[in-house]
Design a protein around this ligand. Structure first.
Ligand SMILES: [Zn+2]
Length: 466
């Protein structure tokens, strides 16, 4: 494959075709069904689907067929089938649903306002994971332009990833014949340790989400008259949380949520820290003198990739401070987000959380637990020598630096499904979510020069497929 032709071709494709479309994409508030239960009525998903399908047809890959699968009541999926010129079956994956807005966008920026600044395209969903479909097509297009052989490639784009991919198992089932048995899975929905090299993700954490409601009264009463005698629902919720985690250290207490970290993953983390050093701490927007949970950087990275951790991501029953009367409130609801390590069984972990929370509830308060679809984490199988070489060559050619692997603390439910269903498949899980790109938070951006180089690398890896 001619390097210079690839670089100039990919850069032009991004500038002329991808960036203008991503700008339109960012404007559409296509929130994942969990965050927009009325998504069908709102029609944003249809708008995105039209945008993507029209674009793919305008930039049609030679010989390709595009289909939209759509079962009533479910989000759709896009399947773009590109027949190959050599043996093999590659599955490329991305998603076109988005996280909700979040607060804290900087002046002049906003979730649905695309802004290009310093080679970064700001706005919700550009980096996570709007670019994936377009970049996948760009990488295959480059192969066709240079008349390079490639195996059959199926690009699969889903629309419920940010809700835990509830609709994917269904489509995996009804499309199993079209999908076949992938030899290689390429996923463009992951992270990067910096913007200087090609990153591959070697593990992902799983996720258990649940609403925990604690009720103490049938209606709120004057706190002056009741507090002390009537236990507070907040205090009970706090006590329940302490059954899950040590409130002083953040360590999760349940053994069912822990795993023995493989030795080679610890080594990999040490290598990562030796390359990135302080950046593994500085990538977070710390407030004032705030310190991390540990001074040991390797341990810090392992805590966010191979250990369980609890976040409280939402609440009900608590008025805003500006509207908070002195009331002993009838209930407190907390949304719990428990990340679990790779190799932990999410279903077993869910059962354990349920058991612990429902056991010995203080004062016999009424507890209601509403679990979301739990997702397993993922640990990469050993990478084939040809693929290691291909990744190495790609990173050196297009970044002028060797590649690096990284464990990710986030979750891509589909990777666990694929890993289980296709144990012999190889994986290239990569993405543009580098330092400060802030997917899910405010000020999400897509680092355009990095995305262009990453697209070149994908094209190069495809061209080396064996
Ligand atoms: Zn994503």
């Amino acid at each position: 494959m001619n390097k210079e032709t690839l670089v100039s071709g990919i850069n032009k494709f991004w500038d002329d075709k991808i960036i203008p479309t991503l700008i339109e994409y960012i404007k559409i508030p296509n929130k994942s069904p969990s965050f927009d239960p009325d998504w069908e009525k709102h029609g944003h998903m249809d708008k995105v689907l039209d945008l993507a399908v029209n674009w793919a047809n305008e930039n049609k890959l030679i010989g390709s067929t595009l289909t939209v699968e759509r079962t009533p009541g479910r989000t759709p999926i896009i399947l773009l089938d590109v027949p190959g010129t050599v043996d093999g079956n590659i599955l490329m994956y991305g998603h076109l649903d988005k996280q909700p807005e979040m607060e804290g966008w900087a002046e002049g920026l906003g979730p649905w306002e695309p802004v290009m600044k310093d080679d970064k395209l700001y706005g919700r969903g550009g980096a996570d994971d709007g670019y994936a479909l377009f970049a996948s097509i760009a990488s295959i297009n480059a192969l066709q332009e240079q008349k390079i052989d490639y195996p059959r490639i199926l690009v699969l784009i889903e629309f419920s990833e940010e809700s835990g991919s509830p609709d994917l198992p269904h489509y995996m089932n009804i499309c199993s014949e079209v999908i076949g048995v992938p030899d290689l899975v390429i996923c463009l929905d992951s992270g990067a340790g910096d913007y200087k090299r090609f990153w591959t993700t070697t593990s992902l954490r799983g996720l258990i989400g649940l609403k925990m409601k604690v009720e103490v009264l049938s209606e709120g009463v004057h706190s002056g008259g009741a507090s002390g005698h009537v236990p507070s629902s907040f205090r009970i919720a706090r006590a329940l949380l302490s059954k899950l985690e040590d409130q002083n250290t953040g360590k999760v207490l349940l053994d069912e949520l822990k795993t023995d970290i493989p030795e080679h993953r610890i080594k990999e983390t040490e290598t990562l820290v030796s390359i990135l050093d302080d950046e593994v701490v500085q990538e977070f927007p710390w407030k004032d003198k705030m310190k991390p949970s540990t001074d040991n950087k390797v341990e810090g990275v392992l805590r966010r990739t191979w250990k369980p951790a609890l976040s409280i991501v939402g609440s009900d029953g608590l008025p805003s401070t500006a509207n908070a009367g002195n009331v002993l409130r009838p209930y407190t609801t907390l949304q719990l987000s428990m990340r679990i390590p790779p190799m932990v069984d999410a279903k077993k972990a869910t059962k354990e959380i349920e058991k612990v929370l429902k056991n010995n509830v203080p004062y016999d308060a009424t507890i209601d637990l509403d679990f979301e679809e739990a997702a397993d984490g993922w640990n990469a199988p050993e990478t084939s020598p040809w693929l290691l070489d291909a990744i190495d060559k790609a990173s050196n050619n297009y970044f002028k630096e060797p590649p690096c692997s990284i464990g990710e603390g986030g979750t891509i439910p589909f990777m666990a499904m694929l890993g289980e269903q296709f144990p012999n498949a190889q994986f290239v899980i990569t993405g543009v979510l580098g330092p400060k790109s802030n997917a899910h938070g405010p000020n999400e951006f897509l680092h355009i020069p990095f995305a262009k180089k990453l697209t070149c690398c994908i094209s190069s890896i495809l061209s080396d497929y064996k």
